[in-house]
Ligand binder design. Structure first.
Ligand code: PBG
Length: 334
């Protein structure tokens, strides 16, 4: 019972029939747009390594948020660039911190737009690591250990202050062990038991974050993130990371980056029933933008195929710097 009885092309004859048998759909409801908020006034500066992505100050933010809302995108992910940094990331959990202030502004103007707050210290510490660091000298070089349990306290303070400012979802990206449990307990104790945690469960130590570190001014000043972010060679370890987060009370799981880790998305989809998020990171964005600017690829077709691939691999939600573009393209189609 095969060819010529079976003919796969029968279901590919027209746009109508292809539409009818299509297995995966991408909609604007799937998308989260990241935003970089910075200190100062009147700032709208394009990030040189991320064409089309800007730094906004608190007073220019509204125009960008209005555009996002008008396009029907349901959520934004906030990253903050503070005016001052110190060794313990004080500005990450200040009541008037940049992310907290931006959250208040957005929620007061657009209460229905979901604000997702990235909970990490690397943009706020002078050493650029995601936690508290114990530094020492070895052979004339500055070295440091990122201290796990001591960092949890600061991350809890950050998450609680973000929730207090009105963040709808807390998204911890720091990769300390036990961060979900610590933040869940902290949120509950402060009266935010209704605020979900979108955990960056499986976050690899990836070179695809390069442009983001320029955007967020968060490159580590010594060493790298390999003692807390995962080795890109490992897949089974991803299941262990995700399992910990499920047991600690995470509400959503994330895989990051997305493109080089589609197998991990599929593994998590098959193993766990929580909503799954794919982070289409800065390097993935910039590569496509650069090639499109050269006229080497069709940007719209490539982005559609990439994001569809992430959904097909198992993602329910996609964080992408292309969210606004994609929302526009999805509209044009109709
Ligand atoms: C903070 C954080 C990073 C990204 C999101 N949150 C950078 C990092 O871990 O170095 C990367 C996002 C991107 O590349 O788009 N820890």
């Amino acid at each position: 019972m095969n060819f010529p009885i079976v003919r796969h092309r029968r279901l590919r004859q027209s746009a109508a029939i292809r539409g009818m048998v299509r297995e995966t759909v991408l909609t604007v409801d799937d998308l989260i747009q990241p935003i970089f908020v910075t200190y100062g006034k009147g700032v709208k500066n394009e990030i040189s390594s991320m064409p089309g992505v800007f730094h906004f100050s608190l007073d220019t933010l509204e125009e960008e948020v209005k555009e996002i809302v008008d396009l029907g995108i349901p959520a934004v992910l906030l990253f903050g660039i503070p005016e001052t940094k110190d060794s313990v990331g004080t500005s990450a959990y200040a009541e008037d911190g940049i992310v907290q202030e931006a959250t208040r502004i957005i929620k007061s103007r657009y209460p229905d737009l979901l604000v997702v707050a990235d909970t990490c210290l690397c943009e706020f510490t002078d050493h650029g690591h995601c936690g508290m660091v114990h530094t020492f000298e070895r052979d004339g070089h500055v070295c440091g250990d990122v201290m796990n349990d001591e960092s949890l306290e600061l991350l809890v303070k950050t998450a609680v202050s973000q929730a207090r400012a009105g963040a709808d979802i807390i998204a911890p990206s720091n990769m300390m062990d036990g961060f979900v449990q610590a933040i869940r307990a902290g949120l509950d104790e402060a009266g935010y038991s209704h605020v979900p945690i979108m955990s960056y469960s499986v976050k690899y130590a990836s070179s695809f974050y390069g442009p983001f570190r320029e955007a967020a001014d968060s490159a580590p000043q010594f060493g790298d993130r390999k003692t807390y972010q995962m080795d890109p060679a490992n897949a089974r370890e991803a299941l262990r990371e995700a399992e910990s987060d499920v047991l600690e009370g995470a509400d959503m799981l994330m895989v990051k980056p997305a493109l080089a880790f589609m197998d991990i998305l599929r593994m998590l989809r098959d193993q766990f029933d929580l909503p799954l998020v794919a982070y289409n990171v800065s390097g993935e964005y910039s590569m496509v933008k650069a090639a499109a600017q050269q006229g080497w690829i069709n940007e719209r077709a490539i982005v559609t195929e990439m994001l569809l691939g992430m959904k097909r691999a198992g993602a329910d939600i996609i964080i992408t710097y292309f969210a606004k573009d994609m929302a526009r393209w999805l509209r044009e189609k109709q």
